[in-house]
Structures are given as structure tokens and as C-alpha cells.
Design a protein around this ligand. Structure first.
Ligand code: FNR
Length: 391
């Protein structure tokens, strides 16, 4: 299909679905249990209406902002996603370059397909590193490596004390290594471009590859984790508590954001501990199902900590108007996860750039139609909860 037919993020979603084997698609696009929170992240935007002012005379629109301590050309960053190499073998590198091309930044997952050093080597500016909480051991090693590689902002993801129940992945045999059956092998064969690219390079995730035997370059999980099992064993643990976050805060001299918060009390506690901000997130509906959609959680968290820390939101951002709504409700910026994976699946780096261009155009048009000069001017007067009277 010609790229000019791909004019929305949803178009990229449909095209990505065609390009990926079912097993990989279940990983990229699925959620936990009945996927209510996944759907809720989207439908939450339907509960807000935008409130334009006409004839405001603004003929230029400023999308630049600063979030996570980094200057951005627009208030959209790329969320950390593990095993990006499953979608596109050089995924983390291409996504990093695409983010730079668009003037924004990439957040590299702990379970990335390329190591944090490899990503830095491919980068010409600072990006974000995502880490799971922990004291000592692997978390300490990763923080030292990240600092040495030049990362200064950490997102500490706290909503994975155990992996969510993703039934689609289980039904498709998604895992590292994948559970192959004749039918699944046939499905891979039906996606020869994907199969050729990924298997040729043998890099699927978290230490950098689909070298199913061990970690290291070209293995499945690159960062300090020799296998996804060791990452899950060491980094995703239900016994972790606030003391572990406090320990990380003490060790890390850069900016530290807690990612995966849905409650105002938790957000305040993180800021009391010295976190620079929070990422309001439910992991894209992939962890606990039936948790609050992130947009619904946002205003309460902004009210609680917005005056002393930064609030970023992710989950369900698919349109420029979604970004505008989240910013009007107090987010400094948003992260997109699946949208950039769709772009990667369809056309690698160029696909991610195209997805970011779509969002940039949509944000610009939305600001113009809303009568707002720039993203910094957005506030709650620009949105109205459905069912309440217009101001
Ligand atoms: C994720 N997410 C995620 N988050 C994180 O902190 N570390 C990780 O390794 C991953 N891995 C991951 C893989 C995939 C395939 C997806 C889709 C998501 C969650 C991610 O950072 C973000 O919170 C959500 O993706 C945001 O929702 P949207 O934009 O996908 O709707």
C-alpha cells in the first residue's frame, strides 16, 4: 500500500497488523485479560470536549516544550517498549534516529533489543533510559552503565511487580524463545519480509537478540540481562517497595521519574522521595486490567503534585487532539508506545518519522482551530467534561 494512503495512526495500525506475524501482533497490540483498560485508555478521550475560542489571530503555533529535562520539538516522546526488535530487527536504533529526526526523544526499555551503549552510539543527543526498581545488583549495574553512556533521565517503571496476564500472547505462543508449532511457522512463512529481517539478524529483544542460547550482542535481551527470565526474576519482583525507589533516588544523580502511577497519593509519595516527576500510565493496559484509564487519573494527580513536579501521561494517544486534551488537563508531555511500533513495522525509521509527522500536523491544526498560540498556553479552560455546560 502506498504510504500516501497512510494518513492516520490507525492507518499505520492496520498496515502493521498485515505485516506482522500473529504472534508478534499479539505482543505489540494486545493487553491484559479482557483489555478493558486498553480500550478505556482510548474511550476516556471521548469524555472530554475541546472548547475553542474564535478569531484569536494566532498565525504561528509553538509546539516546543521541555519534559523529562529534555528539549522537545513537540510534546510527544517515544515510550519504552521491550523487545522492539521483534517488530523490526533494528527497532531501537531506528526509533532513536526517528525520534531525533522529529526533534524528540526515545525512552529505551531495560528489555531493549539493543544495548543502551549501542543506542547511545547511534544517537546524537540525550535520550531516556527505563529501568525497573531494585536495590543493588542488576539495577545498580544498569544505573552505572546508563550514567556512563550519557543518560541523565531515568523512567523507573513500577507497574510490573509481575507480568500482566496477556492471553493473546499465551494463545499465540509468544515468548523468548517463541513456542513454535507448524501453524505458527506457516504464519511466519506468510510474512517473509518480517521473518527474513528478524531471523537474519537474530536480534529480538532485551540483551539484543534472538540468539536463543545466551545474552550478548545478537541475543534476545541486551541490557545486563542474559535472558528474559533473568530480567523477570531480578527486575520484576513483587517484594520491591518504596525503600527500593528511595535507594535508586539516592544512587542516581540525574532526573528520575516514576512510571506507572495512577493514584494521587502514590504520586505525592514519589515526589516526597525526590522524584522529578511521574508518568501517569497503566502500561498501555497490559498489566492490571480494569484499572483507571490514564486520562481519568490525570487531573487528580496534577492537582496533587502539579505545582511541584512534572506530570507526563501515556496510554491511548492516537490523535493530535488527544495530545491537546492531555496537555489541557495538565500533562507536560505524552508518550506514545504502540503508535511508533506500528510505524516501525510498516517502514522502519521512516515509518516512525511518518507517525510523528502525523501527530505533529494534527496537534498544529488542533491548536489553530482551538485558537491557542502554543502548547504552553493550554489549560483546563480549553476542555470540558462531557455532560457539563460550556463556559
Ligand atoms: C510496553 N510498555 C513498556 N513499558 C516499560 O516501562 N517498559 C517496557 O519494557 C515496556 N514494554 C512494552 C512493550 C510493548 C509492546 C508495549 C505496547 C508497551 C508500556 C509503554 O511504555 C507505554 O506505557 C504504553 O505503550 C502506552 O500506551 P500506548 O501508547 O501503547 O497506548
Amino acid at each position: 500500500r502506498a504510504p500516501e494512503r497512510l494518513i492516520t495512526v490507525e492507518d499505520y495500525r492496520r498496515a502493521a497488523r498485515r505485516r506482522l506475524p500473529k504472534m508478534v501482533w499479539s505482543y505489540v497490540d494486545g493487553g491484559a485479560d479482557d483489555m478493558h483498560s486498553l480500550a478505556g485508555n482510548r474511550s476516556a478521550f471521548d469524555h472530554w470536549w475541546l472548547q475553542p475560542s474564535v478569531l484569536t489571530g494566532h498565525d504561528t503555533h509553538r509546539l516546543e516544550t521541555t519534559a523529562a529535562g529534555l528539549e522537545l520539538s513537540m510534546p510527544v516522546m517515544l515510550a519504552p517498549t521491550g523487545f522492539t526488535g521483534l517488530t523490526r530487527w533494528s527497532g531501537d536504533l531506528e526509533a532513536t534516529r526517528a525520534a531525533q529526526h522529529a526533534g524528540t526523544r526515545y525512552a529505551l526499555s531495560t528489555t531493549s533489543s539493543w544495548s543502551l551503549e549501542e543506542v547511545t552510539a547511534a544517537a546524537d543527543r540525550e535520550h531516556v533510559f527505563q529501568l525497573y526498581p531494585g536495590s543493588g545488583g542488576m539495577a545498580g549495574d544498569l544505573m552505572r552503565r546508563a550514567w556512563a553512556a550519557g543518560y541523565r533521565t531515568l523512567f523507573v517503571t513500577v507497574d510490573v511487580p509481575v507480568k500482566g496476564n496477556r492471553e493473546g500472547e499465551r494463545k499465540q505462543g509468544m515468548g523468548i524463545p517463541p513456542a513454535l508449532t507448524p501453524l505458527r511457522a506457516l504464519d511466519f512463512a506468510r510474512h517473509p519480509r518480517w521473518t527474513y529481517e528478524v531471523l537474519r539478524h537474530q536480534r529480538v529483544g532485551g540483551a539484543n537478540t534472538l540468539d536463543l542460547s545466551s545474552g550478548g550482542a545478537g541475543s534476545v535481551v541486551t541490557n545486563a540481562v542474559s535472558s528474559i527470565e533473568s530480567a523477570e526474576r531480578e527486575l520484576m519482583q513483587s517484594r520491591l517497595n518504596w525503600d527500593d525507589l528511595a535507594w535508586m533516588r539516592e544512587q542516581w544523580k540525574g532526573r528520575l521519574y516514576i512510571k506507572g502511577v495512577l493514584g494521587a497519593e502514590d504520586a505525592a509519595r514519589a515526589v516526597d522521595l525526590g522524584c522529578d516527576g511521574v508518568v501517569v500510565s497503566n502500561h498501555g493496559g497490559r498489566q492490571l486490567d480494569h484499572v483507571t484509564p490514564t486520562l481519568e487519573a490525570l487531573p487528580g494527580i496534577v492537582d496533587e503534585i502539579g505545582h511541584r513536579a512534572e506530570v507526563i501521561l501515556d496510554g491511548g494517544i492516537r490523535r493530535g487532539t488527544d495530545v491537546v486534551t492531555a496537555l489541557a488537563l495538565g500533562a507536560k508531555a505524552v508518550l506514545v508506545g504502540r503508535p511508533y511500533l506500528y510505524g516501525l513495522a510498516v517502514n522502519g525509521e521512516d515509518g516512525v518519522v511518518a507517525v510523528l509527522d502525523i501527530l505533529r500536523d494534527e496537534i498544529t491544526r488542533a491548536l489553530t482551530l482551538l485558537g491557542v498560540r502554543g502548547v504552553a498556553d493550554l489549560n483546563r479552560s480549553h476542555v470540558r467534561r462531557a455532560g457539563t455546560a460550556p463556559a
